[in-house]
Design a protein around this ligand. Structure first.
Ligand SMILES: Cc1ncc(COP(=O)(O)O)c(C=O)c1O
Length: 380
């Protein structure tokens, strides 16, 4: 018997304490008990993100919140600038197309971060663009974009341009990339490092973003952020919320408070170093060598080893579920998600399973050697 281990970049494992918090008779979302949970979730999220104003909770996955950010601020015909260096960067462009916006894409090669110069050039070429959209970590390529620096440059060149950050796979793994004068909209998703089931998106907005939302086009009933803000003043959400997940969020944030934000960020850095060192020692090529994100490690297996076959061997023999490549990386790469409720021994188990599976597939590797390399990071 092997334990089932979920080492994917979403969904992620849920701690027992969070599961127990959610295991309760169904709360009514207009009850006083739930209102208290909602207020606690607002306070907890403000603490987690270092944000002064209340967040908005949307009952949708991350893509819904990405769409909501543009729906509430942009009218048909508006231009937006997007950083496209992977599947999620490309998603801004797809949303823009549906909403009849003009997306000016900064094309970034897969596995590399966007540079400040690229961002500056795009803003200077499109000074009247309504928004600048970027991922903090581009989960498909495992890149961490230098968002804090990029957004300072964007704001220096165009102070009124809204900056929208998809922090879905970076939230609670690495520090918040700026403050309310550089980040106008920030999006987090429940099924990543927040250690929750899928179905809840969280957004925070700056004053500039709220002004734009209040003045902006009313294009969506469900994703009406101004309406949600109004409802929240009365301790409610406009529509039926993902109430059970909001209760779970409070338990997750209690766990974050007990561990501390800096130790959480250090743990994710450690997991990332362990995973990268381990897979390198197995003869794999690590993606994003210059700007790896702390939440997920991507790699190309040694020549002659099929990525999907290796992933499937690791799952069927050792119970460890890893993610495959997306978009043009489909079938070529493997991604180890190590965000949220993941500890160093989940990574050592993964490196061991990968090593043993590679060996049985004929690769000239020694699992023990790779494990020893991986453990050096833990011992450092
Ligand atoms: C960076 C990033 N953005 C957006 C999404 C889309 O989120 P969802 O699948 O929750 O809609 C994901 C999901 O993996 C992601 O990693």
């Amino acid at each position: 018997m092997y334990k089932e281990r979920l080492l994917t970049p979403g969904p992620t494992p849920i701690p027992q304490r969070v599961l127990q918090a959610m295991d309760l008779p169904m709360l009514h979302h207009r009850s006083d008990v739930f209102k208290k949970e909602l207020i606690k979730a607002c306070e907890g999220t403000r603490w987690l993100l270092g944000w002064d104003s209340d967040p908005i909770f949307l009952a949708c996955s991350g893509t819904g919140a990405m769409e909501a950010s543009l729906l509430n601020t942009c009218a048909p015909g508006d231009t937006i600038i997007t950083v496209n260096g992977g599947v999620f960067g490309a998603r801004w462009g797809k949303i823009a197309e549906r909403l009849q916006l003009q997306a000016k894409e900064i094309e970034v090669s897969w596995g590399s971060p966007v540079t400040v110069e690229q961002a500056q050039q795009a803003v200077l070429a499109n000074p009247h663009a309504k928004a600048f959209c970027i991922q903090h970590s581009e989960t498909s390529t495992t890149v961490l974009h230098p968002v804090a620096e990029v957004l300072c440059a964007v704001k220096a060149a165009a102070p009124k341009m809204l900056t929208i950050v998809d922090g879905i796979s970076s939230c609670a793994t690495t520090p918040f990339p700026g403050n309310p004068s550089t980040v106008d909209m920030y999006i987090a998703g429940s099924q990543k490092a927040l250690m929750l089931p899928p179905g809840l998106s969280i957004m925070v907005l700056s004053q500039l973003a709220w002004d734009s939302v209040e003045a902006g086009p009313k294009r969506s009933l469900y994703f009406d952020l101004a309406g949600e803000r109004k409802s929240l003043k009365g301790g409610e959400t406009s529509w039926t919320p993902a109430s059970t997940i909001i209760v779970g969020l409070n338990a997750a944030i209690d766990m974050f408070k007990a561990e501390g934000l800096e130790p959480i960020y250090r743990r994710h850095e450690l997991l990332s170093r362990m995973a990268r060192r381990g897979v390198r020692a197995l003869g794999c090529e690590v993606l994003a060598p210059d700007a790896p994100c702390p939440s997920v490690t991507g790699f190309v297996p040694p020549p002659s080893i099929d990525a999907d076959a290796l992933r499937s061997a690791v799952r069927s023999r050792f119970g460890i579920r890893l993610a495959g490549g997306q978009g043009k990386f489909k079938g070529k790469v493997i991604r180890i998600g190590h965000m949220g409720y993941v500890d160093p021994f989940d990574v050592t188990a993964t490196i061991s399973a990968l090593g043993l599976s590679l060996k049985s597939m004929g690769a000239p590797v020694q699992a023990g050697d790779a494990l020893a390399e991986c453990l050096k990071e833990l011992d450092a």
